[in-house]
Write a new protein. Structure first.
Lengths: 63, 148
């Protein structure tokens, strides 16, 4: 079932900048700092930084 | 948003993959919301953070603090214990957090070992009157406290 439409599907374990409507990835990097460099020229309000977790692991977090 | 005291966020959609076949199996939903932090006059990019009722405190990747000019290691060092008794070193700093149009002063633990931003009970959930996780509609609702 590879037909799932999700903008983050190709960005496992990476930091991405989603468009403000969350429908597309406008930039990606392996770290926040690398991603920031790719966002020069964007207004901060235009994107949402998002870490894409591994897809084969269950998100079960607590500290 | 019908009631200005209620902030409603749709869960963020991710995908799940079978470890053996690497096939995508389904979409999963998690209560990530978009927030920003500021320190001094520097405001961060908006970022998605997981509203995590299992987390005692806020825990963010150090790079998000550095983005707003925080010298992370100048904060008070704390040791946090997570699932599997994994210990994480973090540094507590005071920031402002922006949730919708609302701004709160709070404390955040920043760690160089943490990737997923977490919003925990002390310093985030306790800023609100109530927090509702709606697992059927995949929404989280943050209900603001009455101003006295």
């Amino acid at each position: 079932m590879n037909k799932i439409k999700n903008p983050m599907v190709n960005y496992e374990n990476k930091w991405v900048a989603l468009s403000s409507d969350k429908k597309k990835v406008v930039a990606a990097g392996s770290s926040i700092k690398q991603l920031e460099k790719k966002l020069k020229g964007f207004k901060k309000e235009e994107v949402i930084l998002t870490f894409v977790p591994p897809f084969d692991k269950v998100l079960s977090l607590q500290c | 948003m019908l009631n200005s005291r209620v902030l409603t966020y749709d869960y963020l959609r991710f995908v799940e993959k079978d470890e053996k076949t690497q096939e995508f199996t389904r979409e999963i939903f998690a209560p990530f919301i978009s927030v920003r932090i500021s320190y001094g006059h520097k405001l961060s990019f908006p970022f998605h953070a997981l509203v995590d009722s299992g987390a005692a405190r806020n825990l963010l990747p150090a790079a998000l603090g550095e983005q707003v000019g925080i010298n992370i290691k100048k904060g008070k060092q704390v040791k946090l214990l997570g699932i599997g008794e994994v210990e994480v070193i973090a540094f507590t700093n005071k920031v402002k957090i922006y949730v919708g149009l609302n701004v709160f002063e709070t404390e955040v633990d920043f760690s160089f070992e943490q990737k997923i931003p977490l919003l925990g009970r002390e310093g985030f959930l306790n800023l609100f009157q109530r927090v509702i996780f709606d697992e059927n509609f995949h929404q989280v609702q943050l209900i603001l406290k009455n101003k006295s």
